[in-house]
Design a protein around this ligand. Sequence first.
Ligand SMILES: Cc1cc2nc3c(=O)[nH]c(=O)nc-3n(C[C@H](O)[C@H](O)[C@H](O)COP(=O)(O)OP(=O)(O)OC[C@H]3O[C@@H](n4cnc5c(N)ncnc54)[C@H](O)[C@@H]3O)c2cc1C
Length: 483
Amino acid sequence: MLDRAFLETLRAIVGDDGMITATPALQTYACDGLTGRRVSPAAVVLPLTTAEVAEIVRACAEAQVPFVARGAGTGLSGGALPVADGVVIGLSRMRAILDIDLDNHQVTVQPGVTNLEVSKAVRPLGYFYAPDPSSQQVCTIGGNVAENSGGAHCLKYGFTTHHVLGATFVTADGRIARLGGAVRDAAGYDLLGMVIGSEGTLGIVTEVVLRIVRVPESTETVLAAFATMGDAGEAVSRIIAAGITPAAIEMMDRLAIQACEEIVHAGYPDCGAALIVELDGPAVESAAFLRDVLDICAASGATETRVAASEAERALIWKARKAAFASMGRISPNYYVQDGVIPRTRLRDVLEQIGALSATYGLRVANVFHAGDGNLHPLVLYDNSEPGAGERALQLAGLILDACITAGGSITGEHGVGSDKACYMPKMFSPGSISVMGRVRDAFDARDLCNPGKALPTPRLCGEVPGMYRPHAIEMSGLAERL
Ligand SMILES: Cc1cc2nc3c(=O)[nH]c(=O)nc-3n(C[C@H](O)[C@H](O)[C@H](O)COP(=O)(O)OP(=O)(O)OC[C@H]3O[C@@H](n4cnc5c(N)ncnc54)[C@H](O)[C@@H]3O)c2cc1C
């Protein structure tokens, strides 16, 4: 229970319409896209300005109340999971596009602006915002920055971190700092780079300066069907080895295709694996690469290739791909989205291991992923009404991560560590590395109030194993004072 006087302080900052304390309404904020973990917060506040965010954070710091930033709540690693007796700071009402500066290829936005809104605002001017998570219609720029989100087109264009030039940042004790800026290679430590991908654990981003890029002269989209995932993987390797960098290479297996077809009816072929290969750039270059890609697909055993003949056809191909997670609801009562990375060259091998695990556990696994980046998204399907099925699904998903680590990859490609994977961190990082990360975190948030229990393994979450992060282990370095 939060102190009444504290709640009144928050209400005075955001007003009645920016404050939620009624139990049913708080339930809406109890989880993010990882719906299996739920904690109802004591209060939700919905600020409108940077100054309000700073005042809220200062009030929390003074009262020693933990707080969690939240964008649209589409995160899949439990990053926005509230703390009981804590406050959720919802940024969804801060959704203004503040400035479009075409001369400098920049757009400044509040954190609650959705990813797609940025591209929609600048597309008529011939530009777009490149990172495109499949959740882009609803996820926010603040959430994208916190997760360093990726998307289908990050193969060529890079992740969120490559498109953020500056940010206004509220420190964990409520000061307002400006990070980054117009000069691309500023002196000093890269604090902006540190904040991007820090999963809301270092402070709250309240304005973001984004880099936008020119809409390419031409775009070619190929849908290629293969009998097996191995053949499709072979095509991916050959395309990259040929020196072609497509804007995107996405892969879906038979189960994923069937689920998507049930809701989107995009006309994907009935096949063991489908690749979407998108090429963009000058028209002459795209046309030449298109010929190469079609030849490579044929040589790799493609049973069918189709080139989108119109913008509408291209949009339909992508609509099916971007609906992949949601469409699992059509073929399974429950599903868990895994997110791991492997070197591209290990695709065939790791996909075979996932197939074997699926057979051993008696649970179906659909695969849909950013093949060009080696970023896998196995979707483990289960029925929660079956005793033990949920636990089996989590075990299976965990073994997939082990396979990714063994193959030289990572426990997350783009969905973050959050509360879901904190205990996997010691499998990937040495105690020394986790200790350095912990010291960075302590430097920003010595009181461990800013999204505690996320991203780093603590004894409370994971038990006493080597490499645990102990909040408050070092004295506050004074970094927040000086920012
Ligand atoms: C169907 C579906 C498809 C998806 N596809 C992709 C994909 O292709 N690529 C990808 O990368 N992700 C994908 N995701 C995951 C998710 O959409 C992204 O992680 C997204 O960036 C989260 O944004 P959000 O606004 O929903 O953030 P939330 O879920 O609200 O929060 C995510 C994290 O960011 C922190 N945070 C939020 N706002 C701020 C802020 N202003 N300042 C500091 N911290 C903040 C939170 O504390 C939390 O830790 C997908 C999710 C779904 C449900």
